[in-house]
Design a binder for this molecule. Structure first.
Ligand code: ADP
Ligand code: MG
Length: 695
């Protein structure tokens, strides 16, 4: 039997494959490209391409593709075969260095937020050697960045790579200050925990809302929902277990470090977590994970729902983004360490993250905004739309003692001095207890919990890296010129924590009192995407992202446009689908039931029976039908109004302010009708069947 060790990474053209197949000097050049961003020469690219092709063909591949992440949020690929015709009517398998390094997909239909209209129609893809090529379904996939010919990023990966470069540069300055000259590169690392739902394919196929929008637009809660919380970490059902086994194997073949799997709080909800890795690879792997989850589910007659809120009244799905910063010498910069010096370094990075999150809370909020995620963040669900940082009581106490110049703990006589005193150890379990915090310190990393389950992790990490890079650059400016280093660090931590302590919050993030308290503290609370997007182009945000070359202003404007466009288009599909389902499925079905009831009344009474149930139910349904019909007409009238608006900014607000309440209203009436209607008349599977249907 083949063991995991045998097949782990077998479909990846990884470092060990390259080492064994490439000439020594070519391999060295690849390493330089991976570790230090050095460009590959065309000659080396030719050698690599040839070996890569040979390897792929041996594994049965016939095609290759530049695999990229356009601004749609999903990945894109266009397959080209290796075949090249020969004079004798035969073909040879061909793949050149140029084809490896650069591609020209016909990209005119990808969103560009106006960039291409004003500049150049075509885009090109460029190989990102830091992320390994892999084989998927017989196609050699080459991870690439996607840019316009004028150099603007048209994808999510390019800004992420730029942000990693920005934080690398600034964190290296801090390392120099601490005398860590052996450190030559610093990377952020991410382990994204992915939540998802699994439902039965046959039931899925009967619901237009799931098919068109990925979530249910109607559905009354079954008597049993998640109140028992008996699903959380519960025994995994055999069919789900079989899916997970297959999924793990597929992911492992691709070198993805899937490691944890368990049932989540909601029925039919599950989670998969990988072991963390370098951020851009984690982003690639998460995209692949989502894709493969959906594919493997189909094989098991299941459908994997990645939507942030597939079911109203049941927990939605997120993606906890565990984030840290590490050196190439193996130090986690968010690990407190053992000595006063290491502790000082830790406190400096910790302070940088706190300040960055406070100053760029609006950008971080936007980085996780989507129509789907509005159902989680804007509603009374984990976590709230207000960004705050959880540190746990010990660490908070340490920072407070620094800020207030007082001894830490009861035993210490001396005042807590950064760089002089040793910090206490923070046991991991005491820092990880708050599950309601959007941004929690968990021992040696931060867990950003606001990300939506369906979204790419690229933008959230891009913003986080850029914001922390900016703060580190300010800290480096100050410390590079300091005469008394320990004194200066102490003063810096003290000043910055004093200035940014409003972002620190260890309490319950779901509590209503927090909303009022956060407002008093001046924290922003943008409940929806249209609210958050209004601040994207604020001067300080443009300044941050352009200064560190993460986005150009043009790229930011294009993303602003795409945010709104995508929101409006998604909502448009949702409200059109609602209108169709109400008109064509729900109301006709209820009407059929109502007329059967009505004709039944006469029959029953003429036979001398009591038709109380029929009469009462008929009356109840008639009244509710009237309301539902009114709500449908109101929705349809709004659809007409929305159709006449072509400015996405205006439309997004209209949808948020008028359309969503109208959708909620129609749904409320239809859900009531569901509970009044005999089960056999209901036109599609109910929540109970969807949530408990996988056995
Ligand atoms: P939990 O959050 O449930 O306590 P873990 O601490 O084991 O669980 O980690 C959860 C996720 O955080 C995993 O994906 C793990 O790989 C990731 N993680 C752990 N350390 C780091 C780190 N230094 N940088 C980024 N992610 C990390
Ligand atoms: Mg966790």
């Amino acid at each position: 039997m083949r063991t995991v060790e045998d097949f782990f990474g077998e479909n990846v053209f990884n470092e060990s494959v390259m080492k064994s197949r490439l000439p020594k000097e070519v391999f060295k050049a690849v390493k330089e490209a991976i570790d230090h961003g050095k460009r590959l020469t065309p000659e080396n690219a030719t050698v690599i391409a040839n070996e890569m092709k040979q390897w792929a063909i041996e594994k049965g591949a016939t095609h290759y593709t530049h695999w990229f992440q356009p601004l749609t949020g999903i990945t894109a690929e266009k397959h080209d075969s290796f075949i090249a015709p020969q004079d004798d009517g035969k073909v040879i398998m061909h793949f050149s260095g140029k084809e490896l390094i650069q591609g020209e997909p016909d990209a005119s239909s990808f969103p560009s937020g106006g960039i291409r209209a004003t500049f150049e129609a075509r885009g090109y893809t460029a190989w990102d050697p830091t992320s390994f090529a892999f084989i998927k379904d017989g196609v050699l996939c080459i991870p690439t960045a996607f840019c316009s010919y004028t150099g603007e990023a048209l994808d999510k990966k390019t800004p992420l790579l730029r942000s990693m470069e920005a934080i690398n540069k600034q964190a290296l300055r801090i390392m120099k200050i601490f005398g860590k000259d052996d450190v030559t590169s610093i990377r952020t690392t991410v382990g994204p925990e992915q939540e998802y739902f699994l439902i039965d394919k046959k039931m899925y196929d009967q619901r237009k809302d799931l098919i068109y929008t990925g979530r249910t637009l109607f559905g009354a809660l079954p008597p049993k929902g998640q109140q028992m919380e008996d699903h959380y970490f519960g025994v995994i059902k055999p069919r789900v277990q079989a899916f997970m086994k297959d999924l793990n194997e597929e992911l492992w073949k691709l070198g993805i470090l899937a490691t944890t799997e368990h049932n989540e709080v909601a029925p039919a909800q599950h989670e998969l977590a990988p072991i963390f890795t370098t951020t851009n690879i984690a982003a690639d792997h998460n995209q692949l994970t989502m894709e493969i989850m959906q594919k493997v589910a189909r094989k098991h007659d299941l459908v994997c729902l990645l939507h942030e809120k597939p079911f109203e009244g049941v927990n939605g799905s997120g993606k906890h983004n565990n984030w840290s910063i590490s050196t190439d010498t193996g130090i986690n910069l968010l690990d407190p360490g053992e000595t006063p010096r290491d502790n000082a370094q830790f406190l400096l990075f910790l302070t940088a993250v706190i300040k960055a999150v406070d100053e760029y809370q609006d950008l971080l909020r936007l980085s996780v905004a989507s129509a789907g995620n509005d159902h989680r963040l804007g509603a009374n669900e984990a976590p709230p739309a207000i960004i705050s940082v959880f540190l746990g009581s010990e660490l908070t106490e340490v920072l407070e003692s620094i800020v207030e110049d007082r001894p830490y703990g009861s035993k210490e006589k001396e005042i807590m001095k950064v760089g002089v005193h040793v910090l206490p150890r923070f046991p991991k379990d005491t820092t990880d207890r708050n599950r309601t915090s959007p941004f929690a310190f968990t021992g040696n990393k931060f867990e950003f919990r606001m990300l939506g389950s369906a979204a790419s992790i690229a933008m959230a990490n891009t913003i986080l890296n850029a914001a922390v890079a900016e703060v580190l650059s300010q800290f480096a400016d100050r410390l590079e010129g300091a005469s008394d280093f320990d004194e200066e660090i102490h003063a810096l931590v003290k000043e910055e924590i004093t200035a940014h302590k409003r972002i620190l919050f260890n309490g319950n993030g779901y509590d209503d009192s927090w909303v009022a308290e956060a407002e008093k503290r001046g924290l922003s609370n943008y409940k929806t995407l249209p609210d958050a997007v209004k601040h994207y182009l604020d001067a300080k945000n443009v300044e941050l992202l352009t200064k560190h070359h993460v986005y150009s202003e043009t790229e930011m404007r294009s993303r602003h446009e795409i945010f709104l466009e995508k929101y409006c288009k998604l909502l448009n599909i949702e409200y059109e689908t609602m209108s169709v389902m109400a008109k064509q499925d729900i109301l006709p079905s209820v009407s059929a039931y109502a007329s059967d009831l009505a004709s039944g009344i006469a029959v029953i009474e003429s036979a001398g029976g009591s038709a109380d149930f029929e009469k009462e139910t008929f009356a109840e349904i008639s009244a509710e039908m009237g309301e539902a019909n009114k709500a449908l007409k109101a929705l349809n009238a709004l659809i007409k109004e929305c159709d006449a608006i072509d400015d996405y900014e205006v439309l997004a607000d209209k949808i948020k302010d008028d359309m969503i309440p109208a959708m909620d209203d129609l749904r409320a009436h239809c859900d009531k009708l569901e509970l009044m209607t005999a089960a056999e008349y209901w036109p599609f599977p109910t929540y109970g069947e969807l949530l408990f249907g996988v056995r």
